[in-house]
Write a protein that binds this ligand. Structure first.
Ligand code: SF4
Ligand code: SF4
Length: 211
């Protein structure tokens, strides 16, 4: 659905179907200070379709930069980090992790990563996965060796060869990418188009038809 006229036309032609979406928007709306029927009928909700206004969209990733190190505080179980950490080549693994009451905290040396942009990107992607992975299985599908397995949304990684195929998605995790909060506390956010990589990749289809 789009805003304004197209919302009206869709509602007139598919009233019952569209009402189902309205119910969902109403249920998960976190901004109680605005008129919800205006928000829906004028398409205001679609400007925030990335999910910032959804209930439960908690910021689970806080990065603090100091001169000599970067600290990232993550609200999630350390077990998820321990599994995803197997994907980072341990030879270059320069991160310190400490569990705390909210989840865990990760520190890594600013000097080392500032001279190694690839390592910096990998560590950040690893931490995005560790903060937000809900087992959508895109990474499992991307993995060329079958190392990643999700059972009941719990991840296990075995025999990883560090090929980083599971890092070849936006920000390393689609959920992080779509829900991410702007750094610096601003309010501008990307749209749902950030999920564009969620569609099947051409190599997956080629693979399917070749077999
Ligand atoms: S895609 Fe590569 S890096 Fe990721 S889990 Fe599979 S083998 Fe490891
Ligand atoms: S894209 Fe994110 S949520 Fe989906 S499997 Fe990968 S890390 Fe987990």
């Amino acid at each position: 659905m789009g805003g304004g006229k197209s919302c009206y036309i869709e509602y007139k032609n598919y009233t019952e179907e569209i009402k189902l979406f309205h119910t969902i928007i109403e249920k998960f709306n976190s901004r109680k200070n605005i008129n919800l029927s205006d928000k829906i009928s004028k398409g205001m909700w679609s400007a925030r379709k990335n999910g910032r206004d959804l209930l439960g969209n908690q910021n689970k990733y806080l990065e603090t930069r100091k001169e000599s190190y970067i600290q990232v505080d993550i609200i999630n179980t350390i077990q998820i980090f321990n599994e995803w950490n197997k994907t980072l080549n341990t030879e270059h693994n320069t991160i310190n992790v400490e569990e705390n009451k909210n989840g865990f905290s990760v520190k890594f040396n600013n000097y080392i990563i500032s001279n190694n942009p690839f390592l910096s990107k990998s560590i950040h992607f690893l931490l995005h996965k560790s903060a937000y992975c809900v087992g959508c299985k895109v990474c499992e599908a991307n993995c060329t060796t079958g190392a990643i397995k999700f059972v009941n949304n719990t991840i296990t990684i075995n025999n990883c060869i560090h090929c980083k195929k599971c890092y070849e998605i936006d920000s390393g995790c689609l959920l992080y990418h779509s829900l991410r909060f702007p750094s610096g506390g601003g309010s501008n956010m990307k749209s749902i188009n950030t999920l564009s990589n969620h569609a099947p990749k051409s190599e997956w289809l080629n693979d399917l038809f070749e077999k």
